[in-house]
Design a protein around this ligand. Structure first.
Ligand SMILES: [Zn+2]
Length: 316
């Protein structure tokens, strides 16, 4: 697999405003808002009003328009936004971005050079990543495709306590600018990135995907109340992948982490949200069977999917 690494300033600008607005409680991090206000100054009344308008536009948009800011060139971004949200809203968004430009630049000046380290680390480790990917291809029952290309967008994160990955088709976002230490880089590249690549690979096995989607419908009623608005297919797929990486057994294999101990510790933390808890639960409960599937070079099958389903029913 080949990796195309991109650093998009406008996408980071979007992330900055998005986190300040907290428009979506599932994807925004309250902690980042606090940290970024601390670094860039308190919000004025005008800024607060602008953030409310931003939230309104984002919530009313049919699709998550965040991806437009991430994937498109600057010129195309505004054109596409016009099509999706209308001329007025696009102008409004442009003005909001302008209002926060100076504050965003304070962070950007400090953090943008950090991407060099991360980008170099990914390039240096591309053979290792591909070696680890063989395990994921095997588990997914998908033939290795050396020519597939993935674009990785690098973005800012908050404190050193967190980094986040997202994926959409053949695009991956790593919010990670403050992860500069070796242990962090290793976890980012060998575990978080691998999880996102796993999403990409597993989707190539249409049969397996149909099975996952069918089972996902059955777990909906067992999910905690705050996850009822989520797409259960996304949750199920994530719990399945998390039982391998980054919370599960494979982070032991890929990154020398005592994954079971880490997941158990995360489970005991009260501050963790329900989704994080479920992912760690899946890692702990599925540890032995995940290890067996990897060691014996098995494919994820009906049996594995059934076990995950049972786990969710038990804990939900
Ligand atoms: Zn995921």
């Amino acid at each position: 697999m080949r990796f195309n690494i991109k650093i998009n300033k406008l996408a980071n600008h979007y992330l900055f405003v998005s986190e300040l607005s907290q428009w979506n409680e599932l994807i925004c991090h309250p902690q980042r808002k606090k940290e970024w206000i601390k670094k860039t100054g308190r919000l004025s009344t005008k800024e607060k009003v602008a953030l409310e308008n931003f939230s309104k536009i984002l919530k009313e948009a049919k699709n998550n328009i965040g991806w437009i800011f991430i994937c498109e060139t600057e010129k195309n971004t505004w054109l596409k936004l016009k099509k999706q949200t209308g001329v007025e809203q696009t102008e409004e968004l442009r003005n909001i971005f302008k209002l926060f430009e100076n504050k965003f630049n304070i962070l950007w000046r400090k953090e943008s050079h950090n991407f060099d380290t991360i980008s170099k680390y990914i390039k240096k480790n591309k053979n290792k990543i591909n070696k680890n990917l063989e395990v994921l291809y095997q588990l997914s029952g998908v033939k290795i495709n050396k020519n597939s290309r993935i674009t990785i967008f690098l973005e800012m994160n908050g404190s050193e306590n967190e980094a986040q990955g997202w994926s959409y088709e053949d695009k991956i976002i790593l919010e990670c600018s403050n992860w500069q230490k070796n242990a962090q880089l290793s976890y980012l590249v060998n575990c978080i990135l691998l999880h996102e690549l796993f999403h990409f690979i597993i989707k190539k096995n249409k049969k397996l995907l149909t099975l996952i989607n069918k089972k996902a419908k059955k777990i909906k009623k067992y999910l905690p109340a705050d996850l009822q608005n989520w797409d259960e297919k996304i949750i199920f797929e994530d719990l399945l992948l998390s039982s391998f990486v980054p919370e599960g057994f494979l982070s032991e294999k890929f990154c020398n982490i005592n994954s079971r101990a880490v997941a158990e510790k995360e489970l005991s933390k009260k501050k963790n949200d329900n989704f994080t808890k479920l992912r760690n639960m899946s890692a702990v409960e599925m540890y032995n069977i995940a290890k067996e599937y990897v060691d014996k070079k098995k494919r994820i099958d009906k049996n594995y999917i059934e076990k995950i389903t049972d786990q969710i029913k038990k804990t939900g």
